[in-house]
Structure formats: C-alpha cells, structure tokens
Design a protein around this ligand. Structure first.
Ligand code: HEC
Length: 153
C-alpha cells in the first residue's frame, strides 16, 4: 500500500514538473505612456486605490503577478483571465477610447460592481482587499456615474 502511494506521489510530481514546461500565453505588461486612465482623469484617492487593488490585475497593463501566478496550472488560468479581462476593459488604453466607448464601459463597470460579479470570485480567494464591502461598491458605482456625467458635459 505504502509503495503504491509513493509511486503515485512520484508520478504526480513528474506530471507537475512537466506542466511547468508547457508554453502558454503569458500576458505581459505593455503600458504606453499617456494612455492610462490615471494619467489624465482626476480620480478621488479612495476610488483610485479600490480600482487599482481590485481591478487592475486583470484590466490594465500594470498587472502584479504573485509568485503562484507563474506556476502551472494556475498560470494558465491567470493568463486567460487577464487576456479576457483586457479584451473587455483595459484601463491602460482608456485615453485612446472614443467617448462613446468610455461611457459604455463606465455603465458596465457600475453594473458589474452592483451585481457583485466583478472582481471575479476566484480572484477574491487570494486577494482579501478585492472583497469589496457594500459601501466600497456603492462608492465605485457613484464614481462611475458621476464620471460619465462629466464626460457628457
Ligand atoms: C481576476 C481577474 C479580474 C479582476 C480582478 C476583475 N475582472 Fe473584470 N473581467 C474579468 C474577465 C475575465 C472579464 C471578461 C469575461 C466576463 O465578462 O466574465 C471581465 C469583464 C469585465 C467587464 C466587462 C463586462 C461585459 O459586460 O463585457 C467589466 C466592466 C469589468 N470586468 C469590470 C471590472 C471591475 C470594475 C473590476 C474591479 C472592481 C474588475 N472587473 C475586476 C476579470 C477580472
């Protein structure tokens, strides 16, 4: 019995090591100067901090990678979330977007945050600061609404 257990553990270890060599679509940070939301918009300090700590790891070119994000198979999931996250919303190209697109995104941001679908659940397991309180969610939503109104002026 013990021998079997050792064999299985050994095989699992070998598989784990092999996984580390499988190439994947690692998402790099490629910020372009002048394009990030924070470079042009004046954002209240507390909101800015919330967005940076709860959204920027999937929706910007300033992603922080914790050590485990470089270990397969977690790395593959992280890469997929960042790729898909940036496709729908990349705060680091904000200033290149037409106003109509910015308004649409602000509307979607408010919606996702009200519904509690963003940040995605799996992210909140490891990032306590991304578990937003009702109050924090309300403040992001009112910021998104008032920012949209400013854009319309
Ligand atoms: C761990 C990664 C991750 C984090 C953190 C995260 N998102 Fe997302 N977000 C995604 C992914 C992946 C998608 C695209 C797939 C989907 O809609 O579920 C997405 C989609 C979106 C969309 C587009 C939804 C649509 O209708 O197309 C918005 C808006 C959004 N996120 C806002 C936010 C905001 C605001 C935060 C912070 C409060 C945030 N996200 C945090 C991964 C993330």
């Amino acid at each position: 019995m013990k021998k079997w257990r050792n064999t299985i553990a050994f095989i699992a270890l070998i598989i784990f090591i092999i996984l580390q060599f499988i190439p994947y679509d690692k998402q790099m940070n490629r910020p372009v100067k002048g394009q990030d939301l924070f470079e042009t918009a004046t954002i209240p300090e507390d909101i800015g901090q919330l967005i940076k700590s709860a959204c920027y790891d999937c929706h910007s070119q300033f992603v922080r990678f914790p050590w485990y994000a470089n270990i397969a198979p977690v790395s593959w999931l992280v890469a997929k979330d960042i790729r898909e996250g940036r496709e729908s919303l990349d705060f680091s190209v904000w200033n290149t977007l037409p106003k109509r697109e910015q308004l649409k995104l602000l509307d979607e941001i408010a919606e996702e945050v009200i519904e509690g679908t963003m940040p995605i659940d799996i992210y909140k397991v490891m990032h306590l600061e991304a578990r937003l309180t009702d109050e924090q969610r309300d403040s992001i939503v009112s910021w998104a609404d008032s920012f949209a109104e400013d854009l319309l002026e």
